[in-house]
Design a protein around this ligand. Structure first.
Ligand code: NAD
Ligand code: LMR
Length: 355
């Protein structure tokens, strides 16, 4: 049921960008005018993600914000011949009396979608939760800016640990009195990309023809790919391969962290995944309904936030969809994941609420 919508979305995205780049896309209608901000835009994910957004025909204004280097990133991207306007902001230097962070204000004012890959990445031997102490306050500060300058924007959180940073974002918006559960979203698209890649290889299929539903959260065993729902998978793949692919999807991030040997974690595949996510959100905002897996406030399980297929429309997440039947094998992982996920959610909420 979900496969077709998502597949169409992922296949068409890059070809429409190429078209936009060559025709310079000067045909935006009022409904499609969309401002996107990338916070952390000078980083390993931020730079290629901003480049892909610059290519998107769905983006009319792109603001790049970081604590370093965004004027250079924006100047560089501004030479790409697409119709979108681009700006690069840094935090403003101190003033007296304090006038607030006008760089962030510039970046966020008028935004429809804010994507946040700001924060530190893992090194080998670390868990995503080990990033909490640094990244929690970075996400908190940036989302406080969203609450003030673009309270109606959809916020896509990439910064880890996503299982906790999304509850942090939600609590910050609640404190400011502007929370809308349709608009605070954790980006788990890379888990779907990995599951599609690994399942496609195992089945001898082009991964673009595979669409795996991945549920739960975004850390280790909280990531659960539902391979049993992929047509033809069970007959093509034996039990030990199923187990290997499940674990590889759950720990795909570690595979990259290890290979990068201390220089960071996934950046290029994440930029691609972040771009797919953004395109599906923007199409939804423009009235073209899309479906993709995302980590959102949810009542599908005991965990307050949960990744499952979601419908995106003009308001952001218009419907959290059920994830269908689990196999016995998947049920085993599902039962194991929930206590971990609930603990990580509470940790994020407590951080903002001072518990
Ligand atoms: P990076 O270090 O290359 O880039 C991070 C950027 O954030 C830097 O440019 C830094 O200056 C900026 N930054 C730091 N504090 C900031 C602040 N207060 N305001 C604005 N910008 C700030 O790291 P990266 O490889 O791009 O990874 C970024 C984050 O994304 C990490 O937390 C990583 O774990 C996470 N990540 C998530 C996924 C996912 O699937 N959700 C995938 C890959 C990485
Ligand atoms: C990933 O899945 O690649 C990211 O969450 C980065 C990481 O730390 O593994």
């Amino acid at each position: 049921m979900f496969a077709n919508t998502t597949k169409i979305a992922t296949q068409k995205l890059l070809s429409s960008s190429t078209h936009a780049a060559s025709s310079a896309g000067f045909h935006s209608s009022a409904a499609s005018l969309k401002k996107v901000a990338v916070l952390g835009a000078a980083g390993g994910i931020g730079q290629p993600l901003a480049m892909l957004c610059k290519l998107s025909p769905n983006v009319t204004e792109l603001s790049c914000y970081d604590v370093v280097n965004t004027p250079g990133v924006a100047a560089d991207l501004s030479h790409i011949p697409t119709a979108s306007k681009i700006t690069g902001d840094l935090p403003a230097s101190g003033t007296w009396p304090p006038s607030g962070n006008s760089g962030l204000e510039n970046a966020l004012t008028g935004c429809d979608l804010v994507i946040i890959p700001a924060g530190v990445p893992r090194k080998p031997g670390m868990t995503r939760d080990d990033l909490f102490n640094t990244n929690a306050s970075i996400v908190q500060t940036l989302v406080e800016g969203c609450a003030k300058y673009c309270p109606d924007a959809v916020i896509g959180v990439i910064s880890n640990p996503v299982n906790s940073t999304v509850p942090i974002a939600a609590e910050v918006m609640k404190k400011a009195g502007v929370y809308d559960k349709k608009k605070v979203v954790g980006v788990t698209t890379l888990d779907v990309c990995r599951a599609n890649t690994f399942a496609g290889a195992a089945m001898g299929k082009d991964p673009k023809d595979v669409d795996v539903t991945v549920i739960g959260g975004h850390a280790g065993i909280t990531i659960l790919p539902l391979f049993s729902q992929v047509e033809g998978f069970t007959s093509a793949v034996d039990d030990s391969t199923l187990d290997a692919l499940t674990v590889r999807t759950q720990f795909g991030g570690d595979e990259v962290v290890k290979a990068k040997a201390g220089t960071g974690s996934a950046t290029l595949s994440m930029a691609y995944a972040g771009y797919l996510f953004a395109e599906n959100v923007l199409k939804g905002l423009n009235g073209e309904e899309t479906i993709q897996c995302a980590y959102v406030e949810s009542d599908l399980t005991d965990a307050k936030y949960f990744a499952s297929p979601c419908k995106f429309g003009p308001e952001g997440v218009s419907e959290v969809l059920p994830f269908g039947e689990l196999s016995e094998y998947e049920k085993g992982w599902f039962d194991k994941m929930l206590p971990d996920l609930k603990k990580q959610i509470k940790k994020g909420e407590d951080f903002v609420n001072g518990n």
